[in-house]
Design a protein around this ligand. Sequence first.
Ligand SMILES: Cc1cc2nc3c(=O)[nH]c(=O)nc-3n(C[C@H](O)[C@H](O)[C@H](O)COP(=O)(O)OP(=O)(O)OC[C@H]3O[C@@H](n4cnc5c(N)ncnc54)[C@H](O)[C@@H]3O)c2cc1C
Length: 389
Amino acid sequence: MFPFHGVDYLEIDGLFNDQEKLVRQTVREFVDREVLPGIEEWNREGKFPRHLVPLMAELGFFGANLEGYGCAGMSNVEYGLIMQELERGDSGLRSFVSVQGALVMYPIHAYGSAEQRQRWLPALQEGTAIGCFGLTEPDFGSNPAGMRTRAQKDGDHYILNGEKAWITSGSIADVALVWARTDEGIRGFLVEKGAPGFTSKDIKGKWSLRASVTSSLSLEDVRLPASDMLPGALGLRAALSCLTQARYGIGWGALGSAMACYHEALEYAKARKQFDDKPIASHQLIQAKFADMITEITKAQLLALQVGRLKDRGRADFAHVSMLKRNNVRMALEVARAARDILGANGVADEYPIFRHMCNLESVFTYEGTHSIHTLIIGERVTGIPAYK
Ligand SMILES: Cc1cc2nc3c(=O)[nH]c(=O)nc-3n(C[C@H](O)[C@H](O)[C@H](O)COP(=O)(O)OP(=O)(O)OC[C@H]3O[C@@H](n4cnc5c(N)ncnc54)[C@H](O)[C@@H]3O)c2cc1C
């Protein structure tokens, strides 16, 4: 593990203000101090580092770009930099923060009643409550419109039945935002841990995001008061708007993984000697790999920053965010694979962080809209023709 001081080929730092750089530095130090010393062990053991939740809450990571209820009210660029630095530590940790803020706090903030906001937002911000977001089902991933989970109205209650799959933080969540079909359309329900008929089970055997909890949720005749439904969220559009928030953070987060892999490979290549006692960094084919890596990271940094600035001006929409998520995650995966190659055999050992990042990025490539689904979103934006079916 070599000390990290950022990756900046094109003086992109000059495009950030002092406050943004301060946020970045704070998270960078947090990751160096609290995450990197333990992450390989947590990853090996498949253990979520729960003890970091209060520390991250204190630093304002949860719902950082939301206003009120104890939230930090940061800009979207500051929020993006938090995601970048956290993912330099581990994509699983960043996933936890993304879900808590963008997929649970954001919808309660945007679509919840005054009581729901008061009840959940301060607790989620302080990390005394954990949330999860249940959209995906065993048979419906890329096409959540087909979901089978149903909420049947029964007087002033709803009765929920269905299964959700691949839910980050599912079994550790105090509250699950579950999306279900009703007679009026798809709606979001806040289901509390311990509600009769509501159970969760962890998905074991993941080779990716091992330091993050991923679970299945089961709902069997779960009876909820109608006041547990988000009143402002009607239709799949509301659920997708939450995904746009999370995908935005992922676009920045992927940069963190890419920077970690690039940096590690560069330091390694300068130290590792092969052929005539020369560092492998002096060989042309290795330099070509670094030229590609730094060029792609730099382009991705500019893309993230532009989408962030647009978002801060209220001008970023879901198709802009698709380009950010799609490009930056693929870029990070390619950088991780090239970095793995540069480390030779050491690249497959968890003494170095690269293989872990590479495996994590396989999930990041798939979740929050697969790479192909984002291709179709961009394709629809430029041609005006939807090609999903
Ligand atoms: C670690 C992890 C954590 C997750 N956390 C959450 C969570 O917290 N909450 C949640 O709700 N979900 C979560 N997910 C689920 C994730 O969002 C889904 O896996 C994702 O949407 C893809 O769905 P699927 O896995 O069912 O793949 P499928 O939809 O079955 O897709 C399989 C393949 O087919 C391709 N494909 C599908 N449709 C088309 C098409 N029209 N044209 C071209 N190609 C297509 C896809 O791109 C993909 O390559 C998580 C997943 C993982 C791996």
